[in-house]
Design a protein around this ligand. Structure first.
Ligand SMILES: [Zn+2]
Length: 408
């Protein structure tokens, strides 16, 4: 077993459940146990380490040229409840593997190399990507009610503010992650070069009809809100398939009022979520859904926008560079968007150029114990990450110029 696969399994033995899944949620005892393991590994490699006040792990390998700036690599150390071995941990362990190879090969980078193992990336009462939002300042700890939530973890708004970093010297942020979808696995592709992270747009949709007796109200005089909603959902799903092959549409929540078996539903509520890289695509789908809603008889619809996180593109120079590394190594790869959020999002929002590398998740399974990435893919992705770091260090991101600016 390779060094990296071994480290992954070592980390995965912490918080292991009887069914093989792993529970290492942010701030838990298991979380900090895993953090200590990785911290030790970093220190063995001569890195200066620190655990910040919100539980992020941070390590520095100083470069030879203090003016060259910093290449940052990271991902998260927490899992969901009953999660898998690879989500998050792969990126941190893969970054440590890069540091280990540098040492092994007796290389010193011009840039400083910083590795982040972020806390609580997975969704929680504190919101997703908590640790990286603290570091990048992309969090407002003063929103009403947030202080009380922080207190549950022994934190305060002051602590959150205090861990914010100056990212001025960050030349880029790289994240190595499992795909968590099935595109790479299904197409026999070994590496995904991420073009960006898709936008997530959500609406709360309410259909209103009229409640009435389920026995005495004949079919031609009903105003059934649920069948109206059902027609809209089926229509929207069909439209999403027609519009674009990477546009996704999901109704994950549906409720009916009054919710009794002998009463025709007078109201139905659902969440409509759509994701795509291109905002015009989600806008188009929503416009089509509204048009369809107007044509559904006996029902009126109301739409209220509940989330609109717009897409985060990866830096075109980094996309090209990772693509070139794959070309040079003759690796089967493709440029693809990420359907999930990552710690790279707040980094990009803070103005740091981001690049991401994906490896296949077998059958696209993630966030559960059966999450699996083949050992050779684990090593391959880390190798691409390492080569990317070497190239970046040699050329410098600024020198890579605008030639790649056209890549989408
Ligand atoms: Zn993750």
């Amino acid at each position: 077993m390779s060094r990296l696969n071994e480290l992954l399994h070592q980390a995965g033995s912490i918080g292991r459940n009887g069914d093989g899944s792993i529970t290492r949620v942010g701030f838990s005892r298991e979380y900090f146990q895993a953090l200590e393991l990785l911290k030790e590994k970093m220190e063995e490699l001569g890195m200066r380490t620190e655990t910040d006040l919100v539980g992020n792990l941070h390590g520095i390998l100083p470069g030879t040229d203090p003016k060259a700036g910093i290449i940052a690599i990271g991902s998260h150390l927490d899992t969901v409840i009953r999660g898998g071995l690879y989500d998050g941990m792969l990126g941190v362990a893969g970054a440590i593997e890069a540091a280990a190879r540098l040492r092994e090969e007796g290389r010193r980078l011009r840039h400083s190399l910083e590795i982040w193992g972020f806390n609580m990336e997975e969704s929680s009462v504190l919101g997703g990507t908590f640790g990286s939002r603290c570091v990048t300042g992309k969090i407002d700890p003063d929103v009403p009610g947030y202080k009380e939530k922080l207190e549950k973890f022994g934190l305060s708004p002051e602590i959150v503010r205090s861990v914010r970093r100056d990212l001025e010297d960050y030349k880029c942020y790289l994240e190595y992650h499992i795909e968590q979808g099935g595109r790479l696995d299904a197409s026999g592709t070994d590496i995904g070069v991420v073009s960006g992270i898709v936008s997530v747009v959500r609406y709360d949709v309410t259909a209103r009809g009229m409640s009435n007796h389920a026995g005495t109200t004949m079919m031609d005089s009903r105003k059934d809100a649920l069948t109206g909603m059902a027609k809209l959902i089926v229509g929207a799903e069909k439209r999403a398939r027609e519009l674009n092959d990477t546009l996704v549409f999901t109704v994950g929540k549906l409720s009916v009022l009054p919710g009794q078996e002998n009463v025709i539903p007078g109201q139905a509520e659902a969440t409509f979520e759509m994701r795509h890289m291109d905002k015009t695509m989600t806008d188009q789908l929503f416009a089509d859904i509204k048009r369809m809603a107007e044509e559904i008889p006996d029902c009126t619809f109301e739409f209220s926008n509940s989330a609109a996180k717009y897409s985060t593109p990866c830096d075109p120079r980094l996309i090209r560079l990772i693509d070139q590394v794959c070309e040079k190594k003759n690796i089967r790869h493709m440029i693809m968007p990420s359907g999930a959020f990552h710690d790279a999002n707040p980094m990009a929002q803070a103005g740091v150029p981001i690049g991401m590398i994906f490896v296949p998740s077998v059958k696209g399974i993630s966030h559960q114990g059966e999450e699996y990435t083949a050992p050779h893919h684990v090593d391959l992705g880390a190798d691409v990450l390492y080569e990317t770091v070497l190239e970046l260090d040699e050329k410098g991101l600024e020198q890579m110029g605008a030639a790649a600016a056209a890549i989408k």
